[in-house]
Write a protein that binds this ligand. Structure first.
Ligand code: S3P
Length: 429
């Protein structure tokens, strides 16, 4: 994969796309099936680097996985007590989901394990999961306190009732997964509802998980049974084409089999509020997740203010929303998004600096940004800061730039969307 890609201005995007399998659900399908009994067949698995890191971690703990690196994966579950002490450090690469969720499972294991990752992951906050896991009785050690490499010596967990300071599916899921290994009921309560894929999937494997308001309860020591899982298309990956079709003149694009879990579909709500024309067809359910086809047409957007719980439902799409906002009539304000500062990169700083380099008028706020609309994105050189979502958002900016845009440091796209550039150019007419 080239380290930089130049995207030329385009109009008339046309085509039909099957976005790759959902990253969050792919991770969970491997983690939960590894500690279930029997075999789980996973279809439309995302063979991106992040999810492969999850597979490798379980292989290193004695789980047999067939088809790693492909879209059809079979996991031979070893049951709640079947994982083996890994013989080496587990490398989670760039994947925060792998490190934070697997920490919950490792906390339940009576053995020693060490997890590391790339420079970005080693700088991301892990105290948010280390603290509740310590309250449950696990020994968790990190560099400078709570940074990876993280060492966990687990086992003998007790259930807790925990209030998370931030709405984060990674924290919630870590605690719920650890709760599987505790005797009794573990409860986690969030300030706003984060994505609920863990709850849905644990339930489908036979765990007793109850959701009420912002609390989730799980009973320890369930019998998890392997079964087949179909992973819906990733709405986060689909979003780049959705926004591209809205912004490029004379475009019409169909996105097939996109997961529309309401805890993930905030971008659709936001685009609708801005005047984006997206229609949903063929609603159905796959493996306990809502799925539909999206038909998208070029639309003129209006600037809007976004804040509050909606931000949690579209957190990964905010750099892309900022790109869309540059083309809207009027100003767009995004607030309550401070969590973006601790993603793969500081996505508030990166979005502001890179869109400004391309000619946007954009102001940085502590917890968001203000974007002037009106079009006029010149284009030029920019960088992803090694962050896949930044790289793909800037590619969309290239499509609507006046002179074309070169995005540097794009190999990171493979963490969540191998084949992104080919899919993008398949829409050119
Ligand atoms: C994810 C949760 C979110 C999201 C990340 C994937 C998950 O992170 O940004 O891309 O799969 O649970 P936080 O839980 O840190 O908000």
């Amino acid at each position: 994969m080239a380290e930089k890609v130049t995207v030329q201005p385009k109009s008339g995007l046309r085509g039909e796309i099957w976005p790759p399998g959902d990253k969050s659900i792919s991770h969970r399908s491997v983690m939960i099936s590894a500690i279930a009994e029997g075999m789980t067949e996973i279809e439309n698995f995302l063979p991106g680097q992040d999810c492969i890191a999850t597979i490798r971690a379980f292989e290193n703990m004695g789980v047999t996985v067939e088809g790693a690196g492909t879209k059809s994966v079979r996991v031979h579950g070893v049951g709640l007590d079947g994982l083996k002490e890994p013989g080496d450090v587990l490398d989670m690469g760039n994947s925060g989901t792998s490190m934070r969720l697997i920490s919950g499972i490792l906390a339940g294991q009576p053995f020693y394990s060490v997890m590391t990752g790339d420079g970005s992951l080693r700088s991301r906050p892990m105290n948010r999961i280390a603290e509740p896991l310590r309250l449950m009785g696990a020994r968790v050690y990190g560099r400078k306190g709570d940074l990876a490499p993280l060492t966990i010596v687990g086992g003998g967990l007790k259930p807790i009732h925990y209030r998370t300071p931030v709405a984060s599916a990674q924290i919630k899921s870590c605690i719920l997964l650890a709760g599987l290994f505790a005797d009794g009921e573990t409860v986690v309560t969030e300030p706003a509802e984060s994505r609920d894929h863990t709850e849905r999937m644990l339930g489908s494997f036979g765990a007793d998980v109850v959701s009420r308001d912002l609390s989730r309860r799980v009973k320890g020591r369930p019998r998890l049974a392997g079964h087949s899982v179909i992973v819906p298309g990733d709405i986060s990956s689909a979003s780049y084409f959705l926004v591209a079709a809205i912004l490029c003149r004379d475009s019409e694009v169909v996105l097939r089999s996109v997961g529309l879990n309401p805890t993930r579909a905030g971008l659709l709500e936001a685009l609708e509020a801005m005047g984006g024309q997206v229609s949903l067809e063929n609603h159905r359910e796959e493996s306990g997740e809502p799925v539909a086809d999206l038909h998208v047409r070029s639309s003129q957007l209006k600037g809007r203010d976004f804040r509050g719980d909606l931000i949690v439902r579209m957190l990964d799409e905010i750099p892309l929303l900022a790109v869309a906002a540059t083309q809207a009539a009027g100003e767009t304000t995004i607030r309550d998004a401070a969590e973006l500062r601790v993603k793969e990169t500081d996505r508030i700083a990166a979005t502001v600096s890179e869109l400004r380099r391309l000619g946007a008028q954009i102001e940085e706020l502590d917890d968001g940004m203000i974007i002037a609309g009106g079009g006029g994105l010149k284009g030029g050189e920019c960088t992803s800061h090694g962050d896949h979502r930044m790289a793909m958002s800037l590619a969309v900016a290239g499509l609507i730039s006046e002179t074309g845009t070169t995005v540097h440091d794009v190999a990171c796209v493979n963490t969540s969307f191998p084949g992104f550039w080919d899919v993008l150019s398949s829409l050119y007419t």
